[in-house]
Design a protein around this ligand. Sequence first.
Ligand code: SF4
Ligand code: SF4
Length: 432
Amino acid sequence: MTGSATDQTVTKTAAELSDAEVKKAAHKLLSQVGGSIATYAEACVRCGQCAEACHFYHASGDPKHTPAYKLFPIAKAHKRSVSPLGWLGLAPDVSRNDLAHWEELIFDSCTMCGRCTIVCPMAIDISSIVAATRQAFAKVGLGPPDLRAAAENSRDRGSPLGLTEEALEDRIEWLADDNEIDIPLDKDHAEVLLTVSSIEMMKYPQSIVGMAKLMNATGVDWTFSSEGYESTNFGYLSGRGDIAKTMIERIVHAAEKVGAKTVVIPECGHAFGVMRWSAANIVGRPLPFQVLHITEFLAEMKRQGKLKFKSFDGSITYHDPCQVSRRGGATEEARYLLDGFATDFREMTPTGNRNWCCGGGGGVQAMERAAGLRHKVFQIKMDQVEKTGAETLISSCANCRLTMDESAEHFHWDHKRDSLIELLADHLIEQE
Ligand code: SF4
Ligand code: SF4
Protein backbone atom coordinates (compact mmCIF):
# COMPACT_ATOMS: atom_id res chain seq x y z
CA MET A 1 0.00 0.00 0.00
CA THR A 2 1.40 3.37 -0.91
CA GLY A 3 0.12 6.91 -0.92
CA SER A 4 1.30 10.38 -1.71
CA ALA A 5 3.39 12.19 0.88
CA THR A 6 2.79 15.86 0.39
CA ASP A 7 3.87 17.05 3.83
CA GLN A 8 7.25 17.26 5.50
CA THR A 9 8.33 13.67 6.16
CA VAL A 10 11.16 14.27 8.63
CA THR A 11 10.36 14.98 12.26
CA LYS A 12 12.00 18.16 13.53
CA THR A 13 12.03 20.29 16.62
CA ALA A 14 11.12 23.96 16.39
CA ALA A 15 14.78 24.86 17.02
CA GLU A 16 15.76 22.97 13.87
CA LEU A 17 13.36 24.84 11.61
CA SER A 18 14.74 27.29 9.08
CA ASP A 19 13.23 30.79 8.97
CA ALA A 20 11.43 29.75 5.79
CA GLU A 21 9.89 26.77 7.58
CA VAL A 22 8.69 28.93 10.47
CA LYS A 23 7.00 31.18 7.88
CA LYS A 24 5.54 28.12 6.17
CA ALA A 25 3.99 26.96 9.47
CA ALA A 26 2.58 30.46 10.06
CA HIS A 27 1.18 30.51 6.54
CA LYS A 28 -0.44 27.10 7.00
CA LEU A 29 -1.98 28.27 10.29
CA LEU A 30 -3.44 31.23 8.48
CA SER A 31 -4.74 29.05 5.66
CA GLN A 32 -6.63 26.99 8.24
CA VAL A 33 -8.64 30.05 9.28
CA GLY A 34 -11.98 30.05 7.58
CA GLY A 35 -15.66 29.61 8.42
CA SER A 36 -16.16 28.48 11.99
CA ILE A 37 -12.44 28.53 12.79
CA ALA A 38 -12.31 32.30 12.14
CA THR A 39 -15.32 32.79 14.39
CA TYR A 40 -13.73 30.71 17.14
CA ALA A 41 -10.46 32.62 16.83
CA GLU A 42 -12.31 35.86 17.62
CA ALA A 43 -14.93 34.61 20.04
CA CYS A 44 -12.96 33.72 23.17
CA VAL A 45 -13.83 36.11 26.01
CA ARG A 46 -11.04 34.77 28.28
CA CYS A 47 -13.50 33.72 30.96
CA GLY A 48 -11.46 30.65 31.88
CA GLN A 49 -14.47 28.41 32.40
CA CYS A 50 -12.91 25.76 30.19
CA ALA A 51 -9.95 25.23 32.54
CA GLU A 52 -11.59 22.94 35.09
CA ALA A 53 -13.42 21.03 32.34
CA CYS A 54 -10.11 19.83 30.92
CA HIS A 55 -8.61 16.71 32.46
CA PHE A 56 -5.10 17.98 31.77
CA TYR A 57 -5.67 21.18 33.73
CA HIS A 58 -7.63 19.28 36.38
CA ALA A 59 -4.73 16.83 36.84
CA SER A 60 -1.80 19.24 36.57
CA GLY A 61 -3.22 22.53 37.86
CA ASP A 62 -0.87 24.17 35.37
CA PRO A 63 -2.41 27.29 33.75
CA LYS A 64 -0.77 26.39 30.44
CA HIS A 65 -3.21 23.47 30.22
CA THR A 66 -6.19 25.84 30.05
CA PRO A 67 -7.97 24.87 26.80
CA ALA A 68 -8.23 28.49 25.62
CA TYR A 69 -4.43 28.56 25.13
CA LYS A 70 -4.87 26.09 22.31
CA LEU A 71 -6.63 28.81 20.36
CA PHE A 72 -3.62 31.08 20.44
CA PRO A 73 -1.59 29.79 17.44
CA ILE A 74 -4.47 30.20 15.04
CA ALA A 75 -5.71 33.38 16.76
CA LYS A 76 -2.26 34.96 16.44
CA ALA A 77 -1.98 34.12 12.73
CA HIS A 78 -5.54 35.34 12.19
CA LYS A 79 -5.02 38.61 14.07
CA ARG A 80 -1.99 39.45 11.96
CA SER A 81 -4.07 39.01 8.82
CA VAL A 82 -7.10 41.07 9.88
CA SER A 83 -5.78 43.87 12.12
CA PRO A 84 -4.55 47.23 10.75
CA LEU A 85 -1.25 46.67 12.60
CA GLY A 86 -0.95 43.35 10.80
CA TRP A 87 -1.59 44.99 7.42
CA LEU A 88 1.24 47.40 8.19
CA GLY A 89 3.46 44.45 9.12
CA LEU A 90 3.62 45.66 12.74
CA ALA A 91 1.70 42.82 14.46
CA PRO A 92 3.95 39.99 15.64
CA ASP A 93 3.99 36.89 13.47
CA VAL A 94 4.10 33.32 14.73
CA SER A 95 7.68 32.70 15.85
CA ARG A 96 9.96 29.74 16.38
CA ASN A 97 9.51 30.15 20.14
CA ASP A 98 5.74 30.07 19.74
CA LEU A 99 5.94 26.82 17.81
CA ALA A 100 8.25 25.29 20.43
CA HIS A 101 5.94 26.37 23.27
CA TRP A 102 2.69 25.31 21.60
CA GLU A 103 3.76 21.89 20.36
CA GLU A 104 3.17 20.21 23.72
CA LEU A 105 -0.17 21.97 24.13
CA ILE A 106 -1.43 21.02 20.70
CA PHE A 107 -0.28 17.40 20.70
CA ASP A 108 0.65 15.96 24.11
CA SER A 109 -1.97 17.68 26.22
CA CYS A 110 -5.10 17.59 24.11
CA THR A 111 -7.09 14.42 23.51
CA MET A 112 -9.58 16.36 21.38
CA CYS A 113 -12.25 15.15 23.79
CA GLY A 114 -14.56 18.17 23.47
CA ARG A 115 -15.26 18.47 27.20
CA CYS A 116 -14.17 22.13 27.23
CA THR A 117 -16.68 22.98 24.51
CA ILE A 118 -19.70 21.94 26.55
CA VAL A 119 -18.88 24.48 29.27
CA CYS A 120 -17.68 27.28 26.99
CA PRO A 121 -20.25 30.12 26.83
CA MET A 122 -19.14 30.77 23.24
CA ALA A 123 -19.28 27.04 22.32
CA ILE A 124 -15.75 27.21 20.95
CA ASP A 125 -14.81 23.85 19.51
CA ILE A 126 -11.22 23.51 20.73
CA SER A 127 -10.96 20.00 19.26
CA SER A 128 -11.43 21.21 15.71
CA ILE A 129 -8.99 24.08 16.34
CA VAL A 130 -6.42 21.56 17.59
CA ALA A 131 -6.97 19.31 14.55
CA ALA A 132 -6.44 22.30 12.23
CA THR A 133 -3.39 23.50 14.16
CA ARG A 134 -1.79 20.05 14.11
CA GLN A 135 -1.87 20.24 10.31
CA ALA A 136 0.23 23.41 10.35
CA PHE A 137 2.75 21.81 12.69
CA ALA A 138 2.90 18.61 10.61
CA LYS A 139 3.49 20.70 7.48
CA VAL A 140 7.00 21.55 8.73
CA GLY A 141 7.75 18.27 10.49
CA LEU A 142 6.71 19.21 14.04
CA GLY A 143 4.86 16.81 16.30
CA PRO A 144 5.62 13.63 18.24
CA PRO A 145 7.72 11.26 16.10
CA ASP A 146 5.77 8.17 17.21
CA LEU A 147 2.49 9.73 16.12
CA ARG A 148 3.95 10.59 12.75
CA ALA A 149 5.42 7.07 12.40
CA ALA A 150 2.00 5.57 13.18
CA ALA A 151 0.48 7.68 10.38
CA GLU A 152 3.18 6.74 7.89
CA ASN A 153 2.93 3.04 8.78
CA SER A 154 -0.80 3.27 8.12
CA ARG A 155 -0.15 4.71 4.68
CA ASP A 156 2.69 2.36 3.74
CA ARG A 157 1.79 -0.88 5.50
CA GLY A 158 -1.97 -0.61 5.92
CA SER A 159 -2.07 0.02 9.65
CA PRO A 160 -0.15 1.72 12.46
CA LEU A 161 0.55 -1.61 14.19
CA GLY A 162 1.78 -3.86 11.39
CA LEU A 163 -1.60 -5.20 10.35
CA THR A 164 -0.74 -5.61 6.67
CA GLU A 165 -3.18 -7.24 4.24
CA GLU A 166 -1.30 -10.53 4.66
CA ALA A 167 -1.38 -10.25 8.47
CA LEU A 168 -5.11 -9.51 8.33
CA GLU A 169 -5.76 -12.63 6.25
CA ASP A 170 -3.56 -14.77 8.54
CA ARG A 171 -5.12 -13.52 11.73
CA ILE A 172 -8.67 -13.89 10.47
CA GLU A 173 -7.93 -17.46 9.39
CA TRP A 174 -6.34 -18.21 12.76
CA LEU A 175 -9.18 -16.68 14.78
CA ALA A 176 -11.85 -18.38 12.67
CA ASP A 177 -10.17 -21.80 13.02
CA ASP A 178 -9.34 -21.49 16.70
CA ASN A 179 -12.84 -20.33 17.63
CA GLU A 180 -14.73 -22.39 15.05
CA ILE A 181 -16.50 -19.31 13.78
CA ASP A 182 -17.17 -17.91 10.34
CA ILE A 183 -15.32 -14.62 9.75
CA PRO A 184 -16.01 -13.54 6.16
CA LEU A 185 -13.25 -11.71 4.30
CA ASP A 186 -13.45 -10.30 0.78
CA LYS A 187 -16.92 -11.46 -0.15
CA ASP A 188 -17.94 -10.17 -3.59
CA HIS A 189 -21.03 -8.51 -2.19
CA ALA A 190 -22.25 -7.61 1.31
CA GLU A 191 -24.80 -5.30 2.84
CA VAL A 192 -22.45 -4.37 5.67
CA LEU A 193 -18.71 -3.71 5.59
CA LEU A 194 -17.15 -4.25 9.02
CA THR A 195 -13.83 -2.54 9.71
CA VAL A 196 -11.21 -3.16 12.39
CA SER A 197 -8.94 -1.22 14.65
CA SER A 198 -5.49 -2.77 14.48
CA ILE A 199 -5.31 -2.26 18.26
CA GLU A 200 -8.02 -4.91 18.54
CA MET A 201 -6.58 -7.24 15.95
CA MET A 202 -3.04 -7.12 17.38
CA LYS A 203 -3.68 -6.68 21.11
CA TYR A 204 -7.26 -7.78 21.80
CA PRO A 205 -8.05 -10.38 19.12
CA GLN A 206 -10.98 -11.78 21.12
CA SER A 207 -12.75 -8.52 20.25
CA ILE A 208 -12.69 -9.57 16.60
CA VAL A 209 -14.14 -12.94 17.53
CA GLY A 210 -16.79 -11.21 19.64
CA MET A 211 -17.75 -8.88 16.79
CA ALA A 212 -17.95 -11.76 14.32
CA LYS A 213 -20.09 -13.80 16.70
CA LEU A 214 -22.52 -10.92 17.18
CA MET A 215 -22.62 -10.01 13.49
CA ASN A 216 -23.29 -13.64 12.55
CA ALA A 217 -26.06 -13.84 15.13
CA THR A 218 -27.86 -10.85 13.56
CA GLY A 219 -28.13 -12.71 10.25
CA VAL A 220 -26.95 -9.71 8.23
CA ASP A 221 -24.84 -10.15 5.12
CA TRP A 222 -21.43 -8.78 6.16
CA THR A 223 -17.76 -8.96 5.33
CA PHE A 224 -14.31 -7.60 6.11
CA SER A 225 -12.32 -6.34 3.13
CA SER A 226 -8.56 -6.59 2.69
CA GLU A 227 -8.78 -3.46 0.51
CA GLY A 228 -10.18 -1.25 3.27
CA TYR A 229 -10.03 -2.59 6.79
CA GLU A 230 -8.13 -0.22 9.09
CA SER A 231 -10.50 2.30 10.61
CA THR A 232 -8.05 4.05 12.96
CA ASN A 233 -6.84 7.23 11.29
CA PHE A 234 -3.47 8.39 12.54
CA GLY A 235 -3.27 10.68 9.52
CA TYR A 236 -6.05 12.74 11.11
CA LEU A 237 -4.54 12.59 14.59
CA SER A 238 -1.03 13.54 13.48
CA GLY A 239 -2.11 16.43 11.28
CA ARG A 240 -1.21 14.57 8.08
CA GLY A 241 -4.23 15.46 5.97
CA ASP A 242 -2.87 13.53 2.99
CA ILE A 243 -2.70 10.30 5.01
CA ALA A 244 -6.10 10.93 6.62
CA LYS A 245 -7.61 11.08 3.14
CA THR A 246 -5.81 7.95 1.95
CA MET A 247 -7.09 5.94 4.93
CA ILE A 248 -10.67 7.10 4.40
CA GLU A 249 -10.54 6.44 0.65
CA ARG A 250 -9.49 2.84 1.22
CA ILE A 251 -12.63 2.17 3.24
CA VAL A 252 -14.86 4.11 0.83
CA HIS A 253 -13.54 2.15 -2.16
CA ALA A 254 -13.86 -1.17 -0.33
CA ALA A 255 -17.46 -0.37 0.63
CA GLU A 256 -18.31 0.70 -2.92
CA LYS A 257 -16.73 -2.45 -4.34
CA VAL A 258 -18.90 -4.79 -2.24
CA GLY A 259 -21.96 -2.54 -2.54
CA ALA A 260 -22.23 -2.01 1.23
CA LYS A 261 -25.04 0.22 2.43
CA THR A 262 -23.56 0.39 5.93
CA VAL A 263 -19.99 0.68 7.17
CA VAL A 264 -19.60 -0.40 10.78
CA ILE A 265 -16.77 1.05 12.83
CA PRO A 266 -15.55 -1.23 15.63
CA GLU A 267 -14.82 -0.29 19.22
CA CYS A 268 -12.70 2.75 18.38
CA GLY A 269 -13.77 6.28 19.21
CA HIS A 270 -11.70 8.47 16.91
CA ALA A 271 -12.15 6.02 14.00
CA PHE A 272 -15.89 6.51 14.39
CA GLY A 273 -15.61 10.29 14.71
CA VAL A 274 -13.42 10.67 11.63
CA MET A 275 -15.50 8.38 9.42
CA ARG A 276 -18.91 9.56 10.61
CA TRP A 277 -18.35 13.29 10.91
CA SER A 278 -15.30 14.27 8.83
CA ALA A 279 -14.83 11.73 6.05
CA ALA A 280 -17.22 13.24 3.50
CA ASN A 281 -15.57 16.65 3.85
CA ILE A 282 -12.09 15.16 3.63
CA VAL A 283 -12.79 13.16 0.45
CA GLY A 284 -14.94 15.96 -0.98
CA ARG A 285 -18.13 14.03 -1.73
CA PRO A 286 -21.05 12.49 0.16
CA LEU A 287 -20.44 8.92 1.33
CA PRO A 288 -22.66 6.39 -0.46
CA PHE A 289 -23.35 4.49 2.78
CA GLN A 290 -24.24 5.15 6.39
CA VAL A 291 -21.53 4.98 9.04
CA LEU A 292 -22.43 3.38 12.36
CA HIS A 293 -20.41 2.66 15.47
CA ILE A 294 -20.66 -1.00 16.44
CA THR A 295 -22.77 -0.07 19.50
CA GLU A 296 -25.24 1.77 17.24
CA PHE A 297 -25.44 -1.17 14.86
CA LEU A 298 -25.91 -3.75 17.61
CA ALA A 299 -28.43 -1.59 19.47
CA GLU A 300 -30.53 -1.48 16.30
CA MET A 301 -30.26 -5.25 15.95
CA LYS A 302 -31.36 -5.66 19.57
CA ARG A 303 -34.31 -3.31 18.94
CA GLN A 304 -35.32 -5.51 16.02
CA GLY A 305 -35.19 -8.59 18.27
CA LYS A 306 -32.21 -10.08 16.45
CA LEU A 307 -29.93 -10.17 19.51
CA LYS A 308 -30.72 -11.53 22.96
CA PHE A 309 -28.39 -11.89 25.92
CA LYS A 310 -28.18 -13.88 29.13
CA SER A 311 -27.92 -11.57 32.11
CA PHE A 312 -24.58 -10.59 33.60
CA ASP A 313 -24.83 -10.64 37.35
CA GLY A 314 -21.65 -8.83 38.45
CA SER A 315 -21.55 -5.06 38.93
CA ILE A 316 -20.48 -3.02 35.88
CA THR A 317 -19.59 0.58 35.16
CA TYR A 318 -19.18 2.03 31.68
CA HIS A 319 -16.52 4.48 30.49
CA ASP A 320 -17.92 6.69 27.72
CA PRO A 321 -15.33 7.05 24.93
CA CYS A 322 -15.34 10.80 24.18
CA GLN A 323 -15.64 10.33 20.42
CA VAL A 324 -18.50 7.85 20.76
CA SER A 325 -20.56 9.65 23.42
CA ARG A 326 -19.84 13.37 23.82
CA ARG A 327 -18.62 14.02 20.27
CA GLY A 328 -20.14 11.02 18.55
CA GLY A 329 -23.78 11.23 19.61
CA ALA A 330 -24.01 7.52 20.51
CA THR A 331 -24.20 7.96 24.29
CA GLU A 332 -27.39 5.96 24.77
CA GLU A 333 -26.59 3.02 22.51
CA ALA A 334 -24.22 1.29 24.95
CA ARG A 335 -26.73 1.83 27.75
CA TYR A 336 -29.50 0.35 25.65
CA LEU A 337 -27.32 -2.69 25.04
CA LEU A 338 -26.60 -2.95 28.77
CA ASP A 339 -30.26 -2.54 29.71
CA GLY A 340 -31.69 -5.86 30.85
CA PHE A 341 -28.26 -7.46 30.47
CA ALA A 342 -26.24 -5.81 33.23
CA THR A 343 -28.36 -6.42 36.33
CA ASP A 344 -26.12 -4.21 38.47
CA PHE A 345 -25.08 -1.30 36.24
CA ARG A 346 -23.58 1.69 38.03
CA GLU A 347 -23.04 5.03 36.30
CA MET A 348 -19.90 7.03 37.00
CA THR A 349 -20.10 10.62 38.21
CA PRO A 350 -20.07 12.54 35.95
CA THR A 351 -21.17 10.25 33.15
CA GLY A 352 -22.48 10.20 29.58
CA ASN A 353 -21.60 13.33 27.65
CA ARG A 354 -19.83 14.80 30.68
CA ASN A 355 -17.75 11.75 31.50
CA TRP A 356 -14.00 12.30 31.90
CA CYS A 357 -11.65 11.27 29.12
CA CYS A 358 -9.32 8.31 29.79
CA GLY A 359 -6.38 10.55 28.83
CA GLY A 360 -5.29 8.62 25.74
CA GLY A 361 -7.51 9.95 22.96
CA GLY A 362 -6.39 12.24 20.13
CA GLY A 363 -3.31 10.06 19.59
CA VAL A 364 -1.95 10.84 23.09
CA GLN A 365 -1.83 7.10 23.88
CA ALA A 366 0.68 6.66 21.05
CA MET A 367 3.01 9.42 22.33
CA GLU A 368 5.66 7.94 24.57
CA ARG A 369 6.79 11.34 25.78
CA ALA A 370 3.23 12.09 27.05
CA ALA A 371 3.09 9.07 29.37
CA GLY A 372 3.73 10.99 32.61
CA LEU A 373 0.90 13.45 32.05
CA ARG A 374 -1.38 10.74 30.71
CA HIS A 375 -0.93 8.69 33.88
CA LYS A 376 -1.71 11.72 36.04
CA VAL A 377 -4.94 12.16 34.11
CA PHE A 378 -5.85 8.50 34.49
CA GLN A 379 -6.04 8.98 38.25
CA ILE A 380 -9.29 10.88 37.64
CA LYS A 381 -10.72 7.78 35.93
CA MET A 382 -9.52 5.43 38.67
CA ASP A 383 -11.17 7.65 41.26
CA GLN A 384 -14.45 7.71 39.30
CA VAL A 385 -14.46 3.93 38.94
CA GLU A 386 -13.59 3.29 42.60
CA LYS A 387 -16.45 5.53 43.70
CA THR A 388 -18.98 3.40 41.80
CA GLY A 389 -17.85 0.30 43.70
CA ALA A 390 -18.39 -1.67 40.47
CA GLU A 391 -16.28 -4.79 39.95
CA THR A 392 -15.88 -4.47 36.20
CA LEU A 393 -15.00 -1.44 34.09
CA ILE A 394 -16.02 -1.70 30.45
CA SER A 395 -15.75 0.57 27.44
CA SER A 396 -16.45 0.49 23.72
CA CYS A 397 -13.14 1.85 22.43
CA ALA A 398 -9.98 -0.23 22.02
CA ASN A 399 -7.82 2.88 22.37
CA CYS A 400 -9.47 3.74 25.71
CA ARG A 401 -9.00 0.11 26.71
CA LEU A 402 -5.32 0.21 25.81
CA THR A 403 -4.90 3.50 27.70
CA MET A 404 -6.67 2.07 30.74
CA ASP A 405 -4.70 -1.18 30.66
CA GLU A 406 -1.37 0.59 30.27
CA SER A 407 -2.12 3.18 32.95
CA ALA A 408 -3.54 0.52 35.30
CA GLU A 409 -0.31 -1.42 34.94
CA HIS A 410 1.65 1.72 35.76
CA PHE A 411 -0.33 2.17 38.98
CA HIS A 412 -0.62 -1.57 39.75
CA TRP A 413 -4.36 -0.94 39.72
CA ASP A 414 -5.92 -4.34 39.89
CA HIS A 415 -9.44 -3.68 38.64
CA LYS A 416 -11.33 -5.92 36.19
CA ARG A 417 -11.59 -4.39 32.73
CA ASP A 418 -13.36 -5.64 29.63
CA SER A 419 -14.82 -4.59 26.32
CA LEU A 420 -18.57 -4.17 25.96
CA ILE A 421 -18.55 -6.21 22.75
CA GLU A 422 -16.63 -9.13 24.24
CA LEU A 423 -18.89 -9.20 27.27
CA LEU A 424 -22.02 -9.18 25.10
CA ALA A 425 -20.63 -11.88 22.81
CA ASP A 426 -19.88 -14.07 25.84
CA HIS A 427 -23.50 -13.76 26.94
CA LEU A 428 -25.19 -14.11 23.58
CA ILE A 429 -28.24 -16.39 23.45
CA GLU A 430 -27.88 -18.32 20.20
CA GLN A 431 -31.25 -18.27 18.42
CA GLU A 432 -32.53 -20.90 15.96
S1 SF4 B 1 -10.60 19.07 23.89
FE1 SF4 B 1 -10.42 17.97 25.87
S2 SF4 B 1 -8.20 17.69 26.15
FE2 SF4 B 1 -8.46 19.27 24.56
S3 SF4 B 1 -8.40 21.19 25.67
FE3 SF4 B 1 -10.58 20.61 25.54
S4 SF4 B 1 -11.00 19.47 27.43
FE4 SF4 B 1 -8.77 19.59 27.21
S1 SF4 C 1 -14.58 28.90 28.15
FE1 SF4 C 1 -14.55 29.50 25.98
S2 SF4 C 1 -14.65 31.74 26.02
FE2 SF4 C 1 -14.06 31.10 28.10
S3 SF4 C 1 -11.79 31.08 28.06
FE3 SF4 C 1 -12.42 29.02 27.52
S4 SF4 C 1 -12.48 29.04 25.27
FE4 SF4 C 1 -12.47 31.18 25.93
